[in-house]
Design a protein around this ligand. Structure first.
Ligand code: KIV
Ligand code: NA
Length: 274
């Protein structure tokens, strides 16, 4: 069992901020775990940042299972959370249960679903069956088509009530935390005060119990990131430069130079690095 459990995440509320980042493969998950990130999250955002789709609607259970398996192999400490993709839990509670179990069997410690109130029965059954669940309200990207894009939430009384109702229903159904995505900071604060489970914000300001960001956004893999993301690195520039140097050196016959092929290799060193 990994060190960070849903119970520990719940106990962090009011004591220390919860950290969460997405990871979709083995090397990224290794680094995130080494950085002591609390929750390492295989988000369905992989449809966009890994597979180049316009939204998350094409993500399949198969993709989530593959990526969860890779991430789970790397993580020793953090909680491995896997996203339930579009239509994997909407049709029926039974289907949601079976799909959640596939992610758990791929190595996840918990699953995340978008929504709250509408899925309270599913959440309750999953928790009873031993599958910890995180909810997700505010902006729910799987409803992209109905919403007509990605917009800030919590601006109207109706939206505020809906977000509060979701968070409270999740708490009541036994979810261990809830993501608040792109919610007005004051509304996120209100929700955080109104529920006992931790709130984890993205684009929702500082008055929440934790923060989550997408790997590619926070590391600057792309030029364009959502405006609420702080880029902690500019990997794009670094990777681009490395690739251009590699190309140039091959074109110019500079790579591989002596040290990089068998006749010139230090054989003992080679054996050690294998
Ligand atoms: O899939 C994802 O990356 C997410 C986060 C934005 C919370 O759901
Ligand atoms: Na997601």
């Amino acid at each position: 069992m990994r060190e960070i459990t849903p119970k520990k995440i719940m106990e962090m509320k009011g004591k220390e901020k919860i950290t969460m980042v997405t990871a979709y493969d083995y090397p990224s998950a290794l680094l995130a775990d080494k950085a002591k990130i609390d929750i390492i999250f295989v988000g369905d955002s992989l449809g966009m940042v890994v597979y180049g789709e316009q939204n998350t609607l094409n993500v399949t259970m198969e993709q989530m299972v593959y990526h969860t398996r890779a991430v789970a192999k790397a993580v020793k400490r953090g909680l491995v959370l896997a996203d339930m993709p579009f239509m994997s839990y909407e049709v029926s509670v039974e289907e949601g249960m079976r799909n959640a179990a596939r992610l758990i069997q791929a190595g996840a410690d918990a699953v995340k679903i978008e929504g709250g109130y509408d899925h309270r029965k599913l959440v309750k059954k999953l928790v009873r069956a031993g599958i910890p669940v995180m909810g997700h309200t505010g902006l729910t990207p799987q409803r992209y088509l109905r919403l007509g894009g990605y917009h800030i939430t919590g601006e109207t009384e109706e939206e505020i009530e809906e977000i509060l109702r979701d968070a409270k229903a999740l708490e009541k159904a036994g979810a261990f935390a809830v993501v608040l995505e792109f919610v007005l900071a004051d509304v996120a604060k209100l929700v955080t005060e109104e529920v006992k489970i931790p709130t984890i914000g993205i684009g929702s300001g500082p008055y929440v119990d934790g923060q989550v960001l997408v790997w590619h956004d926070l590391l600057g893999v792309y030029e364009h990131v959502p405006p609420f993301v702080k880029k902690y690195a500019d990997l794009r520039g670094i990777i681009q430069l490395a690739l251009e140097n590699y190309r140039e050196e091959v074109k110019e016959g500079k790579f591989p130079s002596g040290e990089y092929y068998w006749e010139f290799l230090d054989k003992d060193d080679f054996e050690k690095k294998r």
